[in-house]
Design a protein around this ligand. Structure first.
Ligand code: 5GP
Length: 253
């Protein structure tokens, strides 16, 4: 499919104009960044794995009635998505203490949280995506109270879906980040899950061994990122190969 003009290039993806109005082509790069791009590398194959994994999660979400921007896969690195007006917030859902939450509150990494906790960060690289309260979001007009309620509901549904799917293949979803966008169907506005859902934006831990299967492998120099992401794709039965393999997920006891 012929790509239109480049509209945006981020740290891990590029967005091109899609073939029809209201569509975009999302291209997954091999670039890996962490700590607000202070640590950088190019990891061969990461884009292919994230494209496939994001397709898998978004297709599943669409199928269970959680609306996403995903339309269809195009090739190993590109997918056709619906254009959405991205709300400038990272929506983080946490099931286990890790990362900035563990640091901020002095919690031991790996402790189960009493209930899923949702946090919002304002998307601004120059500020390091700071944590914000609902008060800031409403006061600065980034989203309305109704949007916020809808975002929380969407985030919890994504959490239930992701946690369930990953539990089936022996992986714990400690936390993840999603981005949400607005779309209009005639005059009716609704929110959909946009961006990507991949090991770049989740913390995934092997339930038995605690092994990290996500971007922390890169952030903390814990080994091969490609091997970790490949293991996630393998367990889900969506390992990208030249002849795409669409096997069943491998159940881990
Ligand atoms: P933390 O706040 O602990 O650094 O991150 C919480 C979760 O959100 C982690 O799963 C992390 O991967 C994800 N996350 C937070 N900020 C970003 C970001 O800017 N990009 C991506 N891809 N994921 C993020």
């Amino acid at each position: 499919m012929a790509r239109g003009k480049k509209l945006y290039e981020g740290k891990a993806k590029v967005l091109y104009q899609g073939p029809e109005p209201g569509t975009l082509i999302q291209y997954f790069k091999d670039d890996a960044t962490a700590f607000n791009a202070e640590k950088k590398d190019v990891i061969e194959g990461k884009g292919v794995l994230n494209n496939r994994l994001s397709e898998y999660f978004m297709t599943g979400l669409n199928a269970v009635g959680v609306p996403t921007h995903f339309i269809r896969a195009l090739n190993m690195r590109e997918q056709l998505v619906r254009q959405a007006e991205i709300i400038p917030l990272e929506v983080i859902v946490r099931n286990y203490a890790a990362g900035t939450l563990a640091k901020r509150l002095g919690l031991e990494e790996g402790v189960a949280l009493p209930r899923p906790i949702i946090e919002f960060c304002y998307k601004d690289d120059s500020l390091g995506d700071p944590l914000v309260a609902e008060e800031h979001i409403i006061a600065f007009g980034w989203a309305s109270q109704q949007d916020l309620d809808d975002m929380v509901a969407l985030a919890l549904r994504v959490n239930d879906f992701l946690s369930g799917v990953m539990y089936g293949v022996g992986i714990r979803v400690a936390d993840f980040k999603i981005e949400i966008g607005r779309v209009w169907d005639n005059d009716f506005q609704r929110l959909i899950v946009a961006d990507e859902i991949s090991p770049d934006s989740c913390r995934l831990w092997d339930i038995k061994t605690g092994e990290k299967l996500d971007k922390d492998v890169f952030r903390r120099d814990l080994g091969s990122l490609t091997e970790a992401y490949t293991e996630v794709a393998r367990r889900l039965g969506v390992l990208p190969t030249n002849a795409p393999q669409m096997g069943k997920p491998t159940l881990v006891n």
